[in-house]
Design a binder for this molecule. Structure first.
Ligand SMILES: [Mg+2]
Length: 280
């Protein structure tokens, strides 16, 4: 049965472009102090970023594109990394969907990226109270970004659920779906944000337009539990013994041993069609 639901953050719960727009504006404003035309620089930053957010070095490449050599790149990178907007808006319906769901089952969040940035986003979205467990994969090393299974294993340990009892909802097939499958969870892919047109590869348990559709797909679960029941655990002092899939996992999982012991079992990949809670 499904006893926990975990979520990705960027482009799953809110449009990441909203955060990027503010970050690029802050970077351009800082560069203006050193004589750079902020409007032109901001436009070029957006232009470079739209060529693909995975490529990195966006600030460097934008400065090169406008032949600007006077500016301190590290200072601008710091502005980017410390950008903390007072407010970000989740996708429509997300707050109600999470509010209802977290009263029924524990929810978790797994996000790649600079932990300081991701934490600021979560605060600006005001969604943190819904999550009983939060994992920023970079805190375990950048090598453990999704689709590495380690952050999924850590989240499962936080929620004290087995992988085959959990669903992961995310927007990127190559990261979110692939990572969830490697860790033995069911994956629901949402078609929002930068990767919305990417093919369903690997195949998810379900592919739906938005995260609200994903929650509706799961349907109303039985046996509501009191809210806050899942929030009493002190992170970092987990004693529960969790197991994780052995299939496809590399030696990196050894570093997970500080969170959980070491017996890995090959959880079966779920091929069940999405239907309702209670389906194994
Ligand atoms: Mg995402």
């Amino acid at each position: 049965m499904i006893s926990a639901v975990l979520f990705d953050l960027d482009d799953t719960l809110y449009p990441q472009q909203q955060w990027l727009d503010g970050a690029w504006h802050a970077v351009a404003t800082r560069a203006a102090e050193e004589g750079v035309d902020p409007r032109r620089f901001e436009a070029v930053l957006r232009e470079v970023a739209e060529e693909g957010s995975d490529r990195g070095g966006i600030i460097d490449r934008a400065l090169a594109r406008i032949d600007e050599t006077r500016v301190s790149v590290p200072a601008l990178v710091t502005v980017f990394r410390t950008h903390a907007p007072a407010r970000l808006d989740p996708y429509p319906g997300v707050v109600d969907a999470l509010d209802n769901l977290h009263r029924r089952v524990p929810l978790g969040l797994i996000s790649d990226g600079d932990p300081g940035v991701q934490r600021a986003k979560l605060a600006a979205l005001d969604l943190a109270p819904f999550f009983a467990g939060v994992v920023f994969s970079d805190e375990h090393g950048r090598g453990h970004r999704k689709p590495d299974p380690l952050p999924f294993c850590v989240a499962l340990a936080q929620l004290e659920v087995e992988p085959h009892d959990a669903v992961y909802v995310g927007d990127r097939p190559a990261k979110d779906v692939a990572g969830a499958l490697r860790a033995g969870l069911r994956a629901v892919r949402v078609r929002t944000g930068e990767w919305s047109a990417a093919p369903d590869d690997p195949q998810a348990w379900a592919s739906v337009p938005t995260v609200v559709d994903a929650v509706e797909l799961l349907g109303p679960p039985p046996d509501p539990v009191p809210p806050n029941r899942w929030r009493t655990r002190r992170r970092g002092q987990l004693t529960v013994q969790k197991k994780c899939t052995a299939g496809g996992i590399d030696g990196s999982l050894q570093s997970w041993a500080r969170f959980a012991p070491t017996q890995w079992l090959p959880w079966a990949r779920s091929s069940a069609a999405p239907a309702a809670w209670g389906v194994s």
